[in-house]
Design a protein around this ligand. Structure first.
Ligand SMILES: *Cc1c(COP(=O)(O)O)cnc(C)c1O
Length: 392
């Protein structure tokens, strides 16, 4: 029986740990798990029997959280980490070896980009970063030899869209492991494994948790690859904390509801901004004017809560004046929460770049990233309208 993702958000992954009739999964803080029967202990330790040994490896609360994500992504196996970067680095270091080659794009998340440009090359892993929307170039690079194809869609902050099915198929034909960072879309809007990817990653800190009160990361995919990632993560020690796992698990119960509201709010806000005379351009995959709209329509069931826009007055000074005028938006680095958050890339995702570098990456100085929360869309629009008044 196939059940809808709204039902999965509530029920998936919970049953094993509902103790003595509890309707909620407990937070298990115990570091060690004891056994009177040494043979049984050994079986669990060898992975021949389910159970837990030591908190750096596995934990019941963490396990319940992982199972929920796994079922939503339609995967065979899952593992987690303390942060999104924890799972991304565990995935790359767990799967890659010196002499291998990664093909990815220039617009990946800032931290991922640092792994690609600074850390992987130190271990003699070759990384080629292509133009994010130039699918022909990406395919040409894949054909030259590719062990890992690493994609992210939509991207941060200009919401570029990549054709996951097309690129995953090119990657697979060349023997690559295809990884997709699905943080911006969430499994409610996009399911990369069904589009041909091998592994799907999330910063659970963002939409999965949804309340900006817990860090976490998760990877889903086939058993053999997830085992490799887990093995590296248990040794590097970037383990998801049980309390964070509980907060993420609780947040995920409303994931489908929140994403529906965020899809709706982002679309309303994008349409309003696109028609406002103080706005130069709006980047949102749900707008027909977006260069990736047709692909997004095919591979996404909703266009997501993230958008970005440029003020007509293209200066950082205009951003400096505009941002504090908004009443219903935190000026903060996080995204995907129930509260609307905004931030210019110059202070958040691309703080380490110079103005010239940002311009070269197609990130104008007046760009503002907007993560739509679950407030009423009309209130968000009224707030933007009053804040933009000074710029008309
Ligand atoms: C935030 C983010 C990450 C990193 O996650 P952390 O939990 O902050 O480590 C990775 N990818 C994307 C797309 C993100 O937005």
């Amino acid at each position: 029986m196939s059940i809808s993702n709204s039902t999965q958000c509530i029920w998936a992954g919970e049953e094993t740990y509902l103790l003595q009739g509890a309707t909620q999964v407990p937070v298990v803080h115990s570091v060690g798990f004891g056994y009177n029967d040494v043979d049984e202990w050994q079986k669990v330790a060898l992975g021949e029997k389910p159970g837990h040994i030591y908190g750096r490896n596995t934990n019941p609360t963490v396990h319940a959280f992982e199972q929920k994500v796994k079922q939503l992504e339609g995967a065979d196996a899952v593992t987690s980490a303390s942060t999104g970067m924890g799972i991304i680095s565990s995935t790359l270091f767990g799967l890659l070896a010196p002499g291998q080659r990664v093909v990815s794009v220039k617009d990946t998340y800032g931290g991922t980009n640092v792994l690609f440009t600074e850390f992987l090359p130190k271990f003699n892993i070759d990384v080629t970063l292509c133009d994010t929307t130039d699918h022909n170039q990406i395919e040409t690079e894949i054909a030259k030899g590719c062990d890992v194809l690493y994609l992210e869609s939509p991207t941060n902050p200009t919401t570029k869209v990549m054709d996951i099915k097309r690129l995953a198929s090119a990657g697979k034909e060349n023997g690559a492991t295809v990884i997709v960072d699905n943080t911006f879309a969430t499994p409610i809007n996009q399911q990369p494994l069904r589009l041909g990817a091998d592994i799907v990653l999330h910063s659970a800190t963002k939409f999965l948790g949804g309340h900006a009160d817990a860090l976490g990361g998760v990877a889903c995919g086939p058993d053999n690859l997830i085992k490799q990632i887990y093995h590296y993560r248990e040794i590097n020690g970037a383990t998801l904390h049980p309390m964070a796992a509980y907060l993420l698990l609780r947040g995920m119960k409303t994931l489908a509801l929140r994403i529906r509201a965020q899809n709706h709010n982002a679309m309303q806000v994008a349409q309003f901004l696109e028609n406002h005379k103080a706005i130069e351009h709006v980047f949102y995959p749900g707008l027909p004017s977006h260069s990736g709209h047709e692909i997004a329509k095919q591979q996404m069931t909703g266009f997501g809560g993230m958008l970005s826009f440029m003020l007509r007055e293209n200066s950082f000074d205009a951003v400096r004046q505009f941002v504090p005028r908004l009443k219903y938006a935190h000026a903060a680095a996080n995204l995907g929460a129930v509260e609307t958050t905004i931030g210019p890339p110059a202070t958040t995702s691309h703080v380490e770049c110079s103005a010239e570098e940002r311009a070269a990456m197609g990130i104008p100085e007046s760009l503002i990233r907007y993560s739509a929360g679950i407030e009423d869309a009309e209130d968000l629009i009224d707030d933007l309208r009053q804040a933009l008044q000074a710029f008309t």
